[in-house]
Design a protein around this ligand. Structure first.
Ligand code: FE
Length: 338
């Protein structure tokens, strides 16, 4: 009788503990998009795993991971820029994830070959222009934006932007250090105004007549077109988009991606989250609601991305871009790109 009672009590306690000990996953994320909240809620609903999110700039998150060391509560690092994942890996802040998670589904181009990080989405840094003031035949590539024709007509945000930094690393790889410096100087020369605001603001500046062509991440055009704000929809409706470098190396593509933190206390849950974000369901939701390109081949695209059509991507590896991130900052400074 006593043994029976003991077993019953033990079973009850195991059951009680498993019911009360909430499974969690701790995410450090520099993504700043509404779709993420909906996705993470969906993950929690499906798995019962609670998601705790710390949001900050990816450089701040990397510093935080370095300071926390092996006491870090972080399980997953998510960034909106691929080179930051390369840097996080270099600094020992990530660990290898189970190759089954991304290895078989994400093309090698968009993930780390050692599986320390994987792309979750792709974004193209393309051109947005006002068709009343710009003839598309005059647009070609990033390089030709330095020609005199564009003097005082170009809009692009500051060099603090990771999107610009990674774009410049791709120019360094393509043109060499001197070529990239001359390119950055040419862009600065043609700027319609001193860099200010975010990507969406550059498009609004065109609508306001401050300039004619802007360098912008592709999904922001989708977000403007589908904004709750009618003024933003009106701005987007006046614009056309252009994929540069289609006769050469292709348009610059960056990823937003994820890695498993080096000391992840909830390693399994972290892997489950990354696996969920790479599922067809999540990939199509990100494409439909945030207009990023899925990394999962075969994932459906929203009408707008279908309408933009296929395009040639610059296939330089993110690893090689990551090597030049320090160089890019020096080049921006030398060129006077604020
Ligand atoms: Fe963004």
């Amino acid at each position: 009788m006593q043994t029976f009672l003991f077993i019953t009590l033990t079973a009850f306690m195991v059951l009680f503990t498993s019911c009360t000990e909430q499974e969690v996953v701790n995410v450090y994320s520099s993504r700043h998009y509404d779709v993420d909240t909906r996705l993470l809620d969906k993950f929690s609903e499906k798995t019962g795993i609670r998601v705790n999110t710390v949001k900050a700039d990816s450089d701040q998150l990397i510093t935080r991971l370095e300071n926390e060391g092996d006491r870090s509560p972080a399980d997953v690092l998510i960034t909106a820029d691929g080179t930051r994942l390369v840097i996080a890996k270099q600094r020992g802040l990530l660990q290898r994830m189970d190759p089954d998670i991304a290895g078989s589904v994400v093309p090698l181009q968009w993930r780390d070959s050692d599986m320390y990080w994987t792309g979750l989405t792709k974004r193209v840094r393309f051109l947005v222009y006002h068709p009343g003031r710009v003839d598309a035949v005059d647009l070609a590539d990033y390089e030709s934006l330095t020609s005199e024709k564009w003097n005082g007509r170009l809009l692009v945000r500051s060099s603090n932007s990771h999107y610009n930094q990674t774009l410049l690393t791709s120019v360094i790889v393509a043109l060499g250090e001197q070529g990239a410096l001359e390119w950055a100087e040419g862009i600065v020369r043609n700027m319609a105004r001193e860099p200010a605001g975010n990507d969406r603001d550059q498009v609004k500046f065109i609508a306001a007549g401050l300039g004619d062509v802007a360098i912008v991440n592709s999904y922001y055009m989708g977000l403007l077109h589908n904004s709750q704000n009618s003024e933003e929809r009106n701005v987007a409706g006046q614009m056309e988009v252009f994929f540069p470098n289609q006769d050469g190396r292709g348009a610059h593509v960056n990823i937003s991606g994820a890695g498993l933190a080096a000391y992840a206390p909830n390693r399994e849950n972290g892997q489950r989250l990354i696996e969920f974000l790479l599922s067809m369901e999540a990939q199509e939701q990100i494409a439909n609601e945030n207009f990023e390109y899925p990394v999962l081949p075969g994932a459906g695209l929203p009408d707008m991305l279908m309408k933009w059509g296929p395009f040639r991507e610059d296939t330089v590896s993110l690893d090689s871009l990551g090597q030049y991130s320090g160089q890019a900052m020096m080049t921006f400074n030398r060129a006077g790109w604020r």
